[in-house]
Design a protein around this ligand. Structure first.
Ligand code: FAD
Length: 518
């Protein structure tokens, strides 16, 4: 038998555990792991359509996290006698070159349902096909495999609760069948099997276990030079001198990139810290490392598999406690799944201002000055500003913060929600197209919910930051104020401003809208 050679094309799956694409690549005799730094993912890009605007695709926080993740993956592969080739260039140019250099037969990759990502896959597939090389796609970034959904993608419910209940009850039925020896249900008409490369013949409704790490063969001798990783300043629009890699000590976590740090975080959050038992009660917090899991950056760059997280939750339930909190972490992971499948169903429609609901009744405005105030955390509404300043300083914002910052832009200011979403795209360390645009559309009322999702940010601040500890952490200029005024400084009289030493319009902005008029 002639030797077979594969390229394991890494994208946002920067891990060795539960990696179906890597495992399949390792079926070949020779394996060359490759990562392409695609120039389209960096620098300024236009957001098309009416009222087009420019935004930076990837900011410094995510670029740093990604480069650390690549460095960690390369180190793990080197420990196993292999390596990670890193090339700057479009995958559809780079991969055929590397494939030709090592005489590869096949390239394996994890597919993504979002339009930009899947169009790159198609371009790569076309170029490779011309050279007689096969591209094999795998689905591996959700908790439920796309082939295991209890409905066809075209019939996917557009509301989360309906989706979740269908997935949960299919899993319960499958578990019951397994217990009575009837085996799990299998359905032949795999809804999107072709799309992902027919790696499943039936559905595993109970859910799949994470795959163990494959044995990666040593890098072939004729493999090209591994190449250097770029620096953050090569990728983002800030000069070296201005990039401060030191984490802000007010941030919730330093967020070190890579699979090693991801597995450490799972161990410390779930096991050492024993935080999972209270997750449901603490998850709306704003300050500190452990009010929520903080798994999102690692999940989104693929350093962590959601199935691994679920397996750890199951183990925790067996060994420590099974309660509402342990259920709720999986409930949130299903939200993540939901948006991935929604994008697989609706595609580009999610990026339209009118959204998948085709709402033409909302009068979206454009006001660059107002947008800049929101982005800089200078709206004069402390709860919004503190969250935006945390985002800018650290790349992270709590879920509670994201909902309020987004609702303020979309529902109070009525500025084009996509501009806010694009700003999050630049800044978030955990940005994912489906989770980000899906959540933004939801809050703006053009996504997966027909109900009004606008939030009263004053009420929210009182409910979730009663002592104003959060706002004064990020807005130290309000530190001298009693909590009520730190949350709503526009209520200060002139005399009170003088006595506390906080002058509105000088030390902290006047509010840019009158929330009482809403
Ligand atoms: C406007 C807006 C934009 C958002 N953009 C993103 C984004 O780009 N990337 C991202 O991962 N999440 C996004 N979210 C969802 C959520 O805010 C984050 O996943 C969460 O804050 C991450 O912190 P955590 O890992 O501690 O979450 P936890 O509370 O510990 O939740 C565990 C995991 O569940 C998933 N999850 C939780 N809530 C959601 C949700 N509403 N939608 C989808 N997945 C969820 C995440 O993977 C998260 O890591 C956004 C939410 C809003 C309101």
């Amino acid at each position: 038998m002639p030797e077979t050679t594969s390229l394991a094309w890494f994208r946002r799956d920067l891990r060795l555990h539960d990696n179906a694409a890597l495992a399949a690549a390792c079926d070949a005799d020779r394996v060359v792991p490759v990562y392409c730094v695609d120039p389209r993912e960096y620098g300024d890009r236009p957001f098309g359509g009416p009222d087009s605007f420019d935004f930076e695709k990837t900011g410094a926080h995510r670029a740093r996290f990604r480069l650390e993740s690549l460095s960690d993956l390369r180190a793990s592969l080197r420990d196993r006698g292999s390596d990670l080739l890193v090339r700057e260039g479009r995958p559809e140019s780079v991969l055929p070159e590397v494939a030709a250099a090592v005489d590869a037969d096949v390239v394996t990759v994890h597919t993504r349902p979002t339009p930009e990502e899947s169009s790159v896959e198609s371009a790569v597939e076309t170029e490779l096909r011309d050279d007689g090389v096969e591209l094999r796609r795998f689905w591996g970034h959700t908790l439920t495999h796309v082939d295991d959904l209890p409905m066809a993608l075209s019939a996917l419910p557009d509301t989360y609760t309906t989706f979740r209940k269908a997935v949960e009850s299919a899993a319960e039925d499958a578990d019951a069948d397994a217990a009575t020896g009837r085996g799990s249900a299998r359905v032949g008409d795999s809804a999107v099997g072709d799309h992902v490369g027919r790696n499943s013949s039936g559905r595993n409704l109970a859910g799949r276990d994470p795959l163990s790490e494959p044995t990666v063969p040593p890098l072939p001798r004729d493999a090209p030079d591994a190449g250097d990783l770029p620096a953050v300043s090569d990728l983002v629009g800030i000069p070296d001198a201005e990039f401060d890699p030191a984490p802000d000590d007010r941030g919730v976590l330093p967020f070190d990139g890579g699979e090693t740090a991801a597995l450490d975080r799972v161990a410390s959050y779930i096991w050492a810290g024993d935080n999972l038992r209270e997750y449901k009660e603490t998850r709306n917090g704003l300050l500190g490392a452990d009010y929520s899991s903080k798994f999102s950056p690692w999940l989104n760059e693929g350093c962590l598999s959601p199935r691994y997280v679920k397996a750890e939750v199951d183990r925790y339930e067996d060994r420590r406690v099974a309660n509402d909190s342990t259920y709720w972490l999986v409930f949130e992971l299903r939200w993540r799944d939901f948006f991935q499948f929604q994008f697989a169903k609706h595609g580009r429609d999610f990026f339209r201002r009118e959204g998948i609901r085709e709402r033409t009744d909302i009068d979206w405005r454009r006001d660059d000055a107002q947008f800049e105030r929101w982005a800089a955390g200078k709206t004069g509404i402390p709860f919004v500003d503190a969250n935006m300043r945390e985002l800018n300083a650290t790349g992270y914002m709590s879920n509670r913060g994201r909902q309020n910052a987004a609702s303020f832009l979309a529902n109070d200011l009525r500025l084009d929600w996509r501009r806010g979403a694009a700003y999050f795209e630049t800044r978030l360390v955990d940005y994912d197209p489906a989770s980000n645009y899906g959540n933004w559309a939801y809050i703006a009322g053009v996504g997966n919910d027909s109900r009004d999702r606008s939030l009263d940010v004053r009420w929210q601040a009182k409910r979730y930051d009663e002592n104003a500890e959060y706002v004064t952490t990020w807005l130290p200029e309000l530190d001298a104020l009693p909590a009520e005024y730190a949350r709503e400084p526009w209520k200060l009289s002139e005399d009170e401003q003088a006595s506390y030493g906080v002058e509105l319009g000088v030390d902290y902005p006047e509010p840019m809208v009158d929330l009482d008029e809403r």
